[in-house]
Design a protein around this ligand. Sequence first.
Ligand code: HEC
Length: 133
Amino acid sequence: MKTTEYIIVVSLLLLGIAGCKMDKGPVEPETDTDPISFVNHIQPIFDNYCTSCHPSSGNLDLSQGQSYSQLVNTSASGYNALRVKPGDPENSVLYKKIDGSGAYGSNMPLGSSLPQSDINKIKAWIEQGAPNN
Ligand code: HEC
């Protein structure tokens, strides 16, 4: 009897552990290889966090229809670097302005910061060659 009880308790414990592991579910992949769309993934970040100041702040217009040509292969107005250098986020003012590095003055959006998932998207988009897609 005691042995049976012991087996039942251990079985329930094991089931519990297995159950917990299953509850966690798959971690959403946020990899650099997922294709990023400028229109569907990047512009909405600008619309949410940036365009309140960036029709004009820093001589930078991030509104729809303007943002791409204002960014890609375009020199920053306040810094001696490109805003977006395709394939090279570490040398892109846009990325260094949101990654918390302070490499080019204040972090953006000014006074706060983007969610990490949005920072990752902008980085991946630049790494993928900053396509206008
Ligand atoms: C509250 C106002 C405000 C918000 C919101 C804001 N910015 Fe800025 N931004 C500024 C100001 C002011 C400057 C100029 C001073 C500086 O370079 O830090 C600037 C400069 C910049 C520059 C450098 C432009 C250049 O050519 O010198 C970039 C890139 C930039 N912001 C990106 C962003 C992005 C991306 C967002 C949204 C995630 C954002 N900003 C949100 C106020 C803002």
